[in-house]
Ligand binder design. Structure first.
Ligand SMILES: [Zn+2]
Length: 316
């Protein structure tokens, strides 16, 4: 029984709880703490977003914590985001993998790209105001789960751009990095952007929030591709001269989106997105059901652009 397991804070990333456990445990190295928590040291690089072996963890927790596999997965991992573009049976499979140790690689089931160790390091994000408020309220800061969701670049509580910390996501469970003033440099790197960009990012974060918090039956990527074609034709971004051919007006949809979202907003979401928008769109619109990876951020942008909101699109 893990007697020093910390009580999770609201919206705390599981890795953050592990890091706080390690500090309390007095263990010499983080790997030892992870072994106590999960029964082994995971090597997979997606562990921070989609950890596995959670049934072992839940079994080791004191019943008084009221923590179950279900509550850990839903409240402290990025499962609610990644399940968004999976069918019910795929989402079930993913959750099942998160319970167990081993089985198919999680990135394959979640259909996410393999994280490269370098050169494009990704870092945990934080809100400087949340950081200060957490320290005042709880006596310590922590990593917020929603701040780590791809495409979620603002704090919806404080309506400000998130800062980038010094902790690399690629390091996974290699070491313990609880959020603190050494890896969350508030004063050195104020996160700012133009008001229009900020408003767009807030709207995108709200869409992601809807995706994470709404139960809806995703009908599959083939269905998604057909829906796209219907809306593209309706909005004159695509024409069907015959039953066998179609003309996709790529330049038109790219230029309309560039002015709709703004280049700065797109570049913050992905560094090369504005530059290669046509290529990103084409893959999502016409090949999403054959690609091994789901580009969720680009899908969210396309859906928001074509139907104003994910709610309109999925619940129509
Ligand atoms: Zn905040």
């Amino acid at each position: 029984m893990l007697r020093t397991f910390p009580t999770p804070y609201p919206d705390e990333l599981l890795y953050s709880i592990f890091a706080r456990y390690h500090i309390r445990s007095g263990n010499r190295n983080f790997q030892q703490s992870i072994k106590e928590l999960l029964g082994y040291v995971p090597q997979q690089l997606h562990g921070l977003a989609l950890p596995n072996s959670l049934s072992i963890l839940a079994k080791n927790l004191h019943p008084i914590t009221n923590l179950t596999v279900e509550s850990l997965v839903v409240e402290h991992t990025l499962y609610p985001f990644y399940k968004g573009f999976l069918t019910q049976s795929e989402a079930f499979l993913l959750k099942n993998l998160m319970r167990k140790k081993g089985g198919k690689p999680i990135f394959q089931i979640a259909k996410i790209a393999i994280i490269e160790r370098d050169p494009n390091k990704q870092f945990l994000r934080f809100c400087s105001q949340c950081f200060e408020e957490d320290v005042q309220k709880y006596g310590e800061a922590y990593w917020h789960r929603t701040h780590q969701i791809p495409g979620f670049l603002v704090c919806l509580v404080h309506k400000r751009l998130l800062n980038v910390s010094l902790v690399s996501i690629q390091d996974g469970y290699l070491d313990c990095y609880a959020a603190n003033s050494e890896n969350c440099l508030i004063n050195d790197s104020p996160a700012i952007c133009q008001e229009h960009t900020l408003q767009q990012l807030i709207e995108i974060a709200r869409e992601i929030s809807w995706l994470c918090n709404t139960q809806f039956d995703f009908k599959g990527l083939q269905w998604l591709r057909k829906q796209y074609q219907h809306h593209l034709v309706n909005q004159s971004f695509m024409s069907l001269p015959s039953s066998r051919t179609f003309n996709f007006h790529e330049d038109k949809i790219v230029s309309t989106n560039l002015s709709f979202y703004g280049k700065d907003c797109l570049s913050l979401l992905k560094p090369d997105l504005a530059e290669h928008l046509g290529r990103y769109f084409y893959r999502c619109l016409f090949a999403c059901d054959v690609e091994p990876v789901i580009d969720r951020v680009t899908h969210i942008l396309l859906i928001k652009f074509l139907r104003k909101s994910l709610k309109h699109f999925f619940e129509a």
